[in-house]
Design a binder for this molecule. Structure first.
Ligand SMILES: O=c1ccn([C@@H]2O[C@H](COP(=O)(O)OP(=O)(O)O[C@H]3O[C@H](CO)[C@@H](O)[C@H](O)[C@H]3O)[C@@H](O)[C@H]2O)c(=O)[nH]1
Ligand SMILES: [Mn+2]
Length: 743
């Protein structure tokens, strides 16, 4: 008995592998050897532009590998024990769950309400949960859907709790057939629920048609008359309040559409999160905040307890500022053809970060301590005298109610839930468009502005204060979202990330600039730098890809010839590097195919999205354009015909006229042209044949296979003419220049 009192709620387990360490170090030494070879060559042959470029690229690769080495060195995993927590903690703390949605077309409300339903049904006392939905689209359809979802929730939530349903997002739950082994009562209830959900779906579909022409609805939509998504007053509506305080009832549900005015910047998701933070602050003010994207439903109903194991452990030496769960996806196509299931990243790379100061904040599926979001540093135990009232108003804005709530938070006072309907007025006040004017929101407190990857930036600012973060990977996965399939969407998605990461690198908050004034751990700083530098790697990658082509066309070499012993170095490097990658895929139970798909997508992404991300940042720096948060289209694969069409074009690439496709098509054409020219030229003198260069070229063509197919396919599966035209122009120019320089 006494022993159970001292058992921790969680354990941090080191999971490093000797083999991987050995391979990582070997790769690093091979890279160094390659560099030394270049230096020797430059010394004996004198300066040569070709070798110099090769040297610079390889120097970059070595530099990056040092970061990777750091990342993979000491991974950890967390093991949680929720049962111990339940035994020892009498009253679990409240949590505010913040969900963002922004566009009823790109993010169909049926997806959002599934997330909301899964939130309302979590295994946690209903009195301790409040769900806030931010709607940046100011859409009556979203509001209507939420109201309808609430009616369904009154049946759904008790059903889930009674039968211990695992997946509590109805569209996923009903995507598998009824198991025949349940009791008859369960079977009856199951059918009833399924019918109820289908009706809900129908009502929303109908509303989508009629709302636009002003149909009559059971829900009061007066607030939405004469509103435009980018021009409207704040709308805060309590959809449900758990007035009686029933632990088994339904959690509070609040709809928030912050004020938008065309001339006032709204800072996209970061802005929406800050409004939600304030609205929830004046309403329920829970000490913990979980935020979810509208497509990330709760897949593991125990998730809050899991997080609490880390946040509440009495034996924690240093408090964790936030607890991040992995971003995982449902319904991923087999073998991850678009490389966006992130399995290795989530299961291996992030564990590497967890072994240092902690994972980055990934924007969704993360529990934050509210006081940390309010700017508290580690060891600054409670709000102290230095916070004069005046200063608080300066930081948090001019709402008395909000500042009062913030003081409670910063002083770690207990529960202070208000009656929701009484706080509507202050909620509207803090959701106005100019509320943040001249305040600390977006810089000192809350979600950070200045980059379209607000999450990484916000997390870094927290780490800079000396806080740690933790990472839990429970089975079944805590949250599941939808990953975009095929063609342009994942590339655009990636481009946005690249743009945002570069924005941080060149900003005032860059970890290089603040190196002497912040509390980032050295190795954690390297991790952030590595993430930001990824955005720059298009240049060395593209240059390196051009080298073999150049050599084939101009009949020269940048790699050792086959008969030279030193050829072993690049050869071994290549083989070990690929095997090392493969190891991670085997470890996470994936196939060789998945490894290959990810490998080639990474190549494709580097050369297209990183490049265009760089261009976007350069344009922003010169004030020529602004970076925009383009919302990713979410597929509602809830209906069965959707799944069929998905299977139909399974894994196929689709293209459009986006400039994103030009760089890769160009490089592909250059390789093809180079091989052709190379073979024609080397006929007479077999001696000069650059085997290594040919292999490089062929390897690239294999990586770009979907594009090669796209050059000959039709419709959306084919590369459009303008893209082909632009790319061939660039490729011809390259060939011409190569021949000119060797004349
Ligand atoms: O003006 C906006 C734009 C977006 N969103 C919401 O932001 C979320 C993420 O948008 P999405 O288009 O799905 O972006 P992703 O690239 O999938 O998001 C990843 O990258 C973002 C930026 O790094 C993170 O914030 C996300 O959590 C992370 O999932 C969605 O819920 C949107 O509704 C808003 O609320 N307001
Ligand atoms: Mn998303």
């Amino acid at each position: 008995m006494a022993k159970s009192k001292t058992l921790p709620f969680y354990q941090r387990v080191r999971v490093e592998s000797r083999l991987k360490r050995f391979l990582d170090v070997t790769i690093f030494f091979l890279l160094i050897s390659l560099l030394s070879y270049r230096v020797l060559l430059l010394r004996s042959h004198g300066f040569c532009c070709l070798f110099a470029i090769a040297f610079l690229c390889e120097f970059w690769f070595t530099f990056c590998w040092a970061f990777v080495l750091n990342l993979n060195w000491s991974p950890v995993r967390y093991q949680t024990y929720p049962q111990r927590l339940l035994k020892r903690v009498e009253e679990v703390p409240p949590v505010d769950i913040l969900v963002t949605t922004a566009d009823p077309v790109l993010e169909p409300p049926i997806i959002t309400i599934n997330t909301v339903l899964s939130v309302l049904a979590v295994e946690y006392p209903a009195t301790k949960v409040a769900c806030y939905v931010s709607d940046d689209g100011c859409s009556p359809l979203t509001f209507y859907s939420l109201c309808e979802a609430l009616k369904f929730a009154k049946l759904w939530v008790p059903f889930c709790k009674k039968y211990k349903v695992q997946v509590r997002a109805p569209f996923r739950y009903f995507s598998t057939d009824l198991a025949s082994n349940g009791s008859t009562q369960f079977q009856y209830q199951w059918r009833k629920m399924k019918d109820g959900y289908e009706e809900l779906q129908q009502r929303i579909e109908e509303a989508a048609k009629t709302l636009t022409c002003g149909g009559d609805h059971m829900v009061d939509l007066a607030d939405f008359t004469n509103t435009k998504s980018n021009n409207h007053p704040p709308i805060v509506k309590v959809i449900w309040e758990n007035k009686e305080g029933l632990r088994d009832g339904l959690p509070n549900l609040v709809y928030v559409s912050r004020e938008k005015r065309p001339q006032i910047p709204h800072h996209y998701k970061a802005g929406a999160m800050n409004v939600l933070t304030r609205v929830s602050g004046v309403m329920t003010n829970a000490p913990y905040v979980l935020n979810l994207d509208c497509d990330m439903f709760v897949n593991n109903p125990d998730v809050i307890l899991q997080a609490m194991c880390l946040l509440l452990d009495p034996m924690i030496d240093k408090e964790y500022a936030f607890v991040q769960f992995p971003q995982s996806f449902y319904n991923g196509p087999k073998d991850d053809p678009f490389g966006n299931q992130w399995i290795v990243t989530m299961q291996i790379l992030v564990c590497g970060m967890a072994g240092i100061q902690g994972p980055m904040y990934m924007g969704t599926g993360c529990f934050h301590r509210r006081k940390v979001l309010y700017g508290q540093s580690l060891n600054e135990a409670n709000i102290n005298e230095k916070y004069y009232e005046e200063e608080l108003y300066k930081t948090f804005g001019n709402s008395k109610d909000f500042v009062t709530s913030a003081i409670r938070t910063l002083r770690s006072f207990g529960d202070d839930s208000n009656c929701l309907s009484n706080s509507i007025k202050s909620a509207n006040e803090v959701a106005t468009a100019d509320y943040e004017h001249n305040s600390g929101w977006g810089s000192k407190v809350g979600w950070q502005y200045g980059s379209i990857v607000e999450d990484v930036l916000t997390g870094m600012e927290i780490h800079k204060k000396g806080w740690k973060s933790a990472y839990i990977t429970p089975t079944p996965p805590a949250f599941l979202g939808c990953a975009p399939s095929g063609g342009p969407i994942p590339l655009n998605h990636h481009k946005r990330a690249m743009t945002g990461l570069l924005e941080i690198l060149i900003s005032k908050k860059s970890p290089i600039v603040t190196a002497f004034s912040d509390k980032l751990q050295f190795r954690q700083r390297l991790i952030y730098l590595w993430a930001y530098l990824v955005g720059l790697r298009a240049i060395p990658e593209i240059c390196y890809a051009a080298l073999p082509a150049f050599c084939l066309i101009s009949n020269s070499h940048f790699l050792p010839k086959v008969q030279e012993p030193v050829i072993c170095v690049p050869l071994l490097l290549f083989v070990i590097l690929k095997l090392r990658g493969l190891l991670d895929y085997f470890e996470t139970g994936q196939s060789v195919r998945a490894w290959w798909n990810n490998l080639r997508m990474e190549k494709i992404q580097t050369m297209s999205t990183s490049l265009l991300g760089m261009v976007a940042v350069i344009l922003k720096t010169f004030g020529l354009s602004e970076t925009v948060f383009e919302i990713t289209k979410k597929e509602s694969s809830s209906s069965s015909d959707d799944t069929e069409s998905r299977d139909g074009d399974f894994g196929q690439f689709t293209f459009d006229e986006s400039p994103l496709f030009v760089p890769v098509t160009t490089i592909l054409m250059i390789q093809l042209a180079a091989l052709l020219i190379g073979f024609l030229q080397t006929q007479p003198s077999i001696q000069e044949f650059g085997v290594a260069e040919v292999l490089c070229s062929v390897w690239l063509i294999l990586c770009f296979w979907p594009f090669l197919k796209g050059m000959f396919a039709k419709g959306t599966y084919g590369l459009p003419w303008p893209t082909l035209f632009k790319s061939s122009a660039f490729a011809l120019l390259f060939v011409y220049l190569c021949q000119e320089t060797t004349k």
